[in-house]
Design a protein around this ligand. Sequence first.
Ligand code: WT7
Length: 641
Amino acid sequence: MESEKGTLPMNEVYNPGMNVYSEIYRKSLEDPENFWAKQAEILTWYSKWNKILDDSKKPFYRWFVGGKLNVSYNAVDRHLEQHRRNKAAYIWVGENGEEKIVTYDGLYRRINNLAKALLNLGIKKGDRIVLYLPMIIEAPVAMLAAARIGAVFSFVFAGFGAGALAERINDSKAVLLITADGGFRNGKVVELKKIADEALEMTSTVRNVIVIKHARNDVNMVEDRDIWYHEIVGDSHTYVEPEHMDANDPLFILYTSGTTGKPKGAVHSTGGYSVWVASTLKWAFNPDEDDRWWCAADIGWITGHSYIVFAPLILGLTSIMYEGSITYPEPDRLWEIIEKYRVNILYTSPTAIRTLMKFGEKYPQRHDLSTLKVLGTVGEPINPAAWKWYYEIIGNSRCPIIDTYWQTETGGFMIAPQRGLGLPPLKPGSATFPLPGVDPAILDDAGKEVRTGEKGYIVFRRPWPGMLMTVNNDDERYVKTYFSKFPGYYYCGDYAVKDEDGYYWLLGRSDEVMNVSGHRLGTIEIEDAIVATGLAVEAAVFGKPDPVKGEAISAFVVPKDANADRHELISEIRKRIRADLGPIYVPDEIRIVKLLPKTRSGKIMRRVVKAVALNQIPGDLTTLEDSTSVDEIKSAIEAFK
Ligand code: WT7
């Protein structure tokens, strides 16, 4: 990490002092019952809970037990009565410059019409449906239509390939898939329906596929299975009574990579999750009624679920939603959108900032960014150089940087400066302080709290409303992954340090999960896919530090056919990974080696591969089976230099 750590003087307007924060934070821990009872009023409930927190089956915590609500009602219906009927819910911008404004009334109409169509297809409360969609209005519409009738959706990011989609359909046992003909990315069409067709060959639970016409590329419609969206979703004023859901009915499942090959389906609740995302957005960013909020993530990730769809709609905000690449057609696309739509709050990732920073100041300087008042980041620790550029060049030294630390599993922000409660002086690279109700600690290997300034594992000592309920189909894995390293505490899988002023600094993953452009990718998942091509006997994958992506994917591969042409082999492996897992999983570098370092029990030693590849000292090698493989990796690197 860069050493620059000084605090930055903040504009007084944004720094009312931390007294409000300290008071609220203290209350949230001292009297959680009253605190959350009051905070839950951020939603409209059909009936109130009889217990705020049931912790009788730890670590399966249940919040707002017995409470009844519907998230689509909270996101849309109630705003129609609160003078927001004609307010823009979304200002949608297509990559080709197309623009669409959808009001709360328009969103309401679309959701009801789709909800009706889903019911007509026989979708019932509790059914699972998979959404494989680009960044189009129908994405939030589908999420909320599902929520309206009590179906549990699982959104699969449109950058995933057929194998990854099939795996998620199978694990969630989805009966319906909603997709589009295609989506736009860097001026090209990604043929989603075609990929979905391939995935469906590997699954058996899906009865119907609803296809949205968007990119207008040719698709193959399978009779009796595939239906055009526009043919079943009318333009009429249908009304579907929202299901009265239990606070602990699942709202959605979102898959995330872990330390084993199979991604985990984080199951999020209806009540606790909704309270959490709406509250955290308000605390951290404190948007005004008239602000234009732009969370420039993809809806396919948790950032998009929580802060493009649920939180902003529950709060009744206006969001910008952009379909394409932020550097297309020119590296000023993001700045152009901010100027054109007079965006007030921008929330993006360090990797996006570094990408745009690379093109230089001249691109943002072509645009009037003076409407911006708050900036946010998420996905990985932000390096001070990127922080400074964001603060000075984009925010004109007027906008606080809200660095939000959280995870798919946490549902919403856990550690972040909180503009709504009084900002602390910011330190570039520190996510600062925990949100109300969040009780972090930093532990050593023995489970003892480390001293100030010492690095350790960050854990949360008590449950919070937005936490995942379990791992889909796998309660045991839930307990094992999150609550067994330090029994009783939620284990995040990140290193952190707390400084002498009490600020938290996140220091990256403490497990073998990579963080590539702010996305969590499993090393073993990619190794499995490489071996599954049939072209390799084994593979070791690790994250290699990268100035833009944070980490780049590096793979060392032992080929099946030792005499195969290396270049052909590498390009074939890349092609197959792209089709199977998706483009974000394609290794940035693939090296062919004769063997890989393994322990005597046969486990591939990724840390040794990584250390040798990065020219570091590989550490303890006494358990290594055959030390010639270390030289092998070294010479493979030499050969490619
Ligand atoms: C992992 C979670 C949360 C939505 C995006 C990623 C890293 C995330 C920060 C931050 C330092 C961060 C952690 C975390 N991370 N935000 N502000 N500072 N690290 O969600 O795919 O579930 O990944 O991203 O390593 O565990 P995710």
